[in-house]
Design a protein around this ligand. Sequence first.
Ligand SMILES: *[C@@H]1O[C@H](CO)[C@@H](O)[C@H](O)[C@H]1NC(C)=O
Ligand SMILES: *[C@@H]1O[C@H](CO)[C@@H](O)[C@H](O)[C@H]1NC(C)=O
Ligand SMILES: *[C@@H]1O[C@H](CO)[C@@H](O)[C@H](O)[C@H]1NC(C)=O
Length: 421
Amino acid sequence: MRFTTTLAAGALAMGAAALDAKNYLGFNSGANLADTSAKFKKDFKAEFETAAALKNAPGKFNAVRLYTNIQAYSQDDPIEAFEAAIETDTRILLGVWASGTDNIDKEITALKKAVEKHGSKLTDLVIGVNIGSEDLYRVSATGIKNKSGVGNSPQAIVGFIDDWKKAFKGTAIGKVPIGHADTWDVWGNSTNKAVIDAIDFVSVHEYPYYENDKGNHIDNAGSLFDRAYQATIDAVGDKPVWVTETGWPYVGPDWDEAEASVKNAKKYWDEVGCRKLFNKTPTFWYTLRDSNPENKMKFAITDNLSTTPRFDLTCPDSFETPEEDEESSTTGGAKPTKTEGSSQATTMTTASNADPTSDGDGSESGTQDGAESGTQDGAESGTQDGAEETGSSDDNDDAAASLKVSAVAIIAAIGGVLALF
Ligand SMILES: *[C@@H]1O[C@H](CO)[C@@H](O)[C@H](O)[C@H]1NC(C)=O
Ligand SMILES: *[C@@H]1O[C@H](CO)[C@@H](O)[C@H](O)[C@H]1NC(C)=O
Ligand SMILES: *[C@@H]1O[C@H](CO)[C@@H](O)[C@H](O)[C@H]1NC(C)=O
């Protein structure tokens, strides 16, 4: 590690970089592999090395979003992603699993152990923490209708945020901004306002692919994304909005007008990632490598952690999605217009091209974002997957955006049961 006499200067520089949040680029990473076995340090490290060295990436993907602090197969040991992140200089958006439980004590214990062991080598990399992921979606009308699994109430999430603040008051982690991750429709539900009031930033999940009955053809995906993104911004007032899950499957069954294909996954990358997100807002793409074998939709932009993605990540100079402020920005008015790409994105592309370092580890195939915490405690086997089965059929913007079907929950439950043996 680079801890020398320049430690203080380095820490200052890193602190300054952390304030400039707009450039965070990363992927989501669950605690388990596709077969529900635990990910260990080498698995996380292989992911982080590939992410940072992706060919033609519009910036360096050197951040990761986690779903739990707890290492799978343990009660409250720190997730080994922390050590992998330290060794690869990867920024960490912490996650705390908050469903199917009435406390986050083990999450707190796990992080405290890690901070005790690694100190500022770890805390300097932490860019934020999400207390909960899609807990409110799963208790929403859409989530329940679609058996999305166990969620939690806004009151419980607010309570966990208080617990977190108390636990880390006066420490480096106490300075880390607190968020909560949920689907875009959740934020406009006034019953959830207490959560918005309790957090520093909002993490939103958006999958236009699953927006059935809304004209979810790939040609409209940019506009659908913009509408949901704007609805979130309107709902949360002046809190920063980070996009912590979005993507388009490259293979899988059609979903209403949406078709999964490599071509469409590339178009989504361009029209949503390049046009709207990369280097403009913290973005955690779904995803680097696939996970849940139950999910027929596959999102991974790489095969076997190759640094050559399945489509060219180069951002285009112009886009087809109509400008947001045009009257025709709602569904149906998608008259293509050309807009100039940002020079910033171009700059970042150049920078990233200069830094290829790894060809990845071909031995790891697939992750299970669902089984976030494969602990021996059944109550902790909460699951989350960005996009395992997401969708909606409700035209009401307030009520529906995306859904998750219980396949992920089942997988995580199996993982929890297996862990007992
Ligand atoms: C609004 O939020 C509350 C609390 O999260 C939830 O119980 C309710 O089902 C939500 N409403 C809809 C229409 O989803
Ligand atoms: C990825 O790994 C799997 C399993 O080892 C293998 O069957 C497959 O051919 C690999 N794919 C590529 C593109 O190398
Ligand atoms: C529930 O999920 C099914 C498929 O899993 C989907 O067809 C339907 O539209 C969803 N319902 C709602 C209300 O989102």
